[in-house]
Design a protein around this ligand. Sequence first.
Ligand code: SER
Length: 618
Amino acid sequence: MKSAEIRQAFLDYFARQGHAVVASSSLVPENDPTLLFTNAGMNQFKDVFLGRDKRDYSRATSSQRCVRAGGKHNDLENVGYTARHHTFFEMLGNFSFGDYFKRDAIRFAWEFLTGELGLPPEKLWVTVHVSDDEAADIWLKEMGVSAERFSRLDEDNFWQMGDTGPCGPSSEIFYDHGADVPGGPPGSEDGDLDRYIEIWNLVFMQYDRQDDGELKPLPKPSVDTGMGLERIAAVQQGVHSNYEIDLFQALLKAAAQATGCDDLENKSLRVIADHIRSASFLITDGVVPSNEGRGYVLRRIIRRALRHGHQLGQEKPFFHTLVAALVEQMGDAYPELRREQARVEKALLAEEEQFGRTLAAGMKVLEGAMAELQGDELPGRVVFSLYDTHGFPPDLTADVARERGLSVDMDGFDQEMQAQRERARGAGAFANDYSDRLNIEAVTDFSGYEKHQDQAEVEGLYRDGAAVDSLEAGETGMVLLKRTPFYAESGGQVGDRGVLAGGDARFNVEDTRKRGQAHIHVGTVSTGTLKVGDKVDAYVDVERRRAIMRHHSATHLLHAALRRVLGDHVQQKGSLVAPDYLRFDFAHGEALSAEQREEIETLVNRQILENAAVTTEL
Ligand code: SER
């Protein structure tokens, strides 16, 4: 059976058992800050397991695209070194939300493997959690699994998505690739080798792990299963490595052609074939190569692939040409990939051109450093300089080093990074700005959503970074009020200006900043003396604030228009909202064309001319 046929047979089987067939969700998890990338089929159902979300089905099945690179489940370092680890893979799964539990989950899995796929039971091995007598009885007494191919394990049979969230004991099914492959049964000393391969994990979801580690029972016991498509395809196609299955063979051939390497078992070729999948799907799902967060993981994956291409002697951009072969293999199952093909190719090419300029030079530096090295650890200084000057992510350097039997000094690298951060901070600080030295505990009550003018008491005064009792005419300093209508700079919106007036004293507010939860008015006393305890009238410069608010609204309009014209991958990375202009930062693989700019402008202007009412709700 081809991979595509297995995927379809799985979904069809579970549809016949009353499961709703649900499409794969994006690799970028929606509303889940605990997760870097979608790493399991159950992610999109997390809230359903927790009882926070309801669906109109209680059984579901899916083929979910997953990335395990960075975060709790990270396989990046293993790619190319084993027969079964990938940065990207597809997880086939069936799920019960308070519907069936252990008995049916086990029965379905056994029936699918031995019935639909026709696997001989004597090639399968089953494990359950040490404490799980119920699952053990179902397997041994009801399914008739042989006690000789059955074991109970501890941590290996408990699954959790992250440090918190749904979890529970599991039961795993392994395939025995035969005595000619090295490795022992699950749980044994060499159980991690390639002979017994875990193909299916049935998780009996029972708990929600809390921040403090406590296991809180779920509202209803549920089921979450996951089977790696690539692994079951290897079994079905009678091969021992995932890279030998139909889907990977096609990608390896394309990679061989693009790099001029004709050995399909070459490790670098395998890394490239693996990485084109994760890179393409991540870009499809809106991730853009960058220097932080998800974008940096993507950049690391791409640069790693390029380095392996370079190793095979390919000096020119080649990686983006593999997208076509990937679309051919997976575009039917994931139509979004086909839709985004052109954008994915462009983004990869741009990254190839950029990194291509420094890759060769960086490799020379690295080769030189390795040749001169005494001992077997590459110093942090070298790793840092490759990172800083040539754009080599440290894991790329480590990957090269590992091939030569060397390790890298990551602590040393971290120290160099820290030193650089401090240098940058020193260069950026203003000599006469003491506000960042102040540690203010007070919480200011902000009234500026309702009014632009308010009365308040002076709670604190500061000069040269220290608390004082009063500020005289001509003195520059900072004023802390118990309550204020002055908006303090945050989220890119600049702070308010205006006047504080009390008795004969006037304080011109030139900026408002936040220290902790306090709003600090920065400025100069123009007349009189301002003292702690004084009652003042606080007047925001209303014209200026209104201009800022207009630009704030405009950033939202611009954001929406950008997404409409360029795609949903556009996300706000930063912004500056001032009275006379706004700046909106976003990442996109290439410069905008004149037509695109015009279209965006028209969309924004049209909304402005609609003159819709704006309201504030907290
Ligand atoms: N969530 C489990 C896993 O990822 C089963 O789907 O292995």
